[in-house]
Design a binder for this molecule. Structure first.
Ligand code: SF4
Length: 232
């Protein structure tokens, strides 16, 4: 839920989600429509499907016990796997995301990417407990070493930071209003009440055709002849 959605918005949704699906088995058994109902307001609905699909894998095969195992689950990429493995399992891995990239690049005075970034992160991590270190870097990046206007005067690591100007922030994310994402979300909401003929779906928006193709590709809907329905 926290991949792309702010903490304040996630907390009440997370609590309601756990009340509705209190165990991995209950989430694994849920229809996509029920999961999307509880996900409403969090955005990026494909994450809800991947979470449910991950629950199905765990219900069948048991919990992974390391970073590599976590990465085999739907929706879990290298960053989330490293964050969970370091915090929950004590594995000695840095959680490399845009926050860490920015912080380490500024510490080193170099715009780091890919393997050199991971190498530098491993080097900075050293023998520190990785779970604590990752959370410290996350907090530093979120509150002090911000993308724009870093608060260097308040920074606890200013002494070893080489160049606060090295990082160029990426362009801001495009607006949800009027986007294909918005059309996709509207289609999923309408399908939550049951399958619809394609002719009804295309009335939702002029880009509905395009949105249905994308949703089908992501495994969110199935198209059977002229009928569109939520994937099971
Ligand atoms: S000194 Fe400034 S640029 Fe360097 S880590 Fe701290 S906040 Fe970021």
């Amino acid at each position: 839920m926290l991949q792309q959605t702010q903490v304040d918005r996630v907390i009440p949704k997370f609590e309601a989600f756990l009340r509705r699906f209190p165990s991995v088995d209950s989430l694994a058994a849920a229809d996509l429509g029920d999961v999307l109902e509880m996900w409403h307001g969090l955005g990026y609905n494909s994450r809800a499907k991947r979470l449910r699909d991950a629950a199905r894998v765990i219900a069948a095969d048991g919990w992974p016990t390391d970073e590599a195992g976590l990465q085999t689950l739907p929706g879990i990429g290298p960053y989330t796997a490293a964050a969970v493995a370091s915090i929950a399992f004590g594995e000695q891995v840095p959680a490399v995301d845009t926050n860490l990239k920015r912080v380490i690049s500024r510490w080193r005075g170099l715009p780091l990417e890919g393997a050199p970034l991971t190498e530098a992160a491993m080097d900075e991590l050293g023998d520190a407990p990785a779970g604590d270190w990752n959370q410290a870097v996350m907090d530093l990046g979120a509150t002090t070493c911000r993308p724009r206007n870093p608060r260097c005067h308040d920074c606890p690591v200013q002494a070893w930071c080489v160049d606060p100007t090295v990082y160029v922030p990426p362009p801001r994310q495009s607006r949800f209003e009027g986007s294909l994402r918005q059309v996709r979300a509207r289609i999923l909401r309408d399908l939550a009440d049951g399958p619809l003929p394609m002719s009804d779906v295309t009335e939702i928006d002029v880009r509905a055709d395009e949105a249905v193709v994308a949703l089908e590709k992501d495994g969110m809907v199935t198209v059977n002849g002229d009928r569109v329905s939520l994937a099971g």
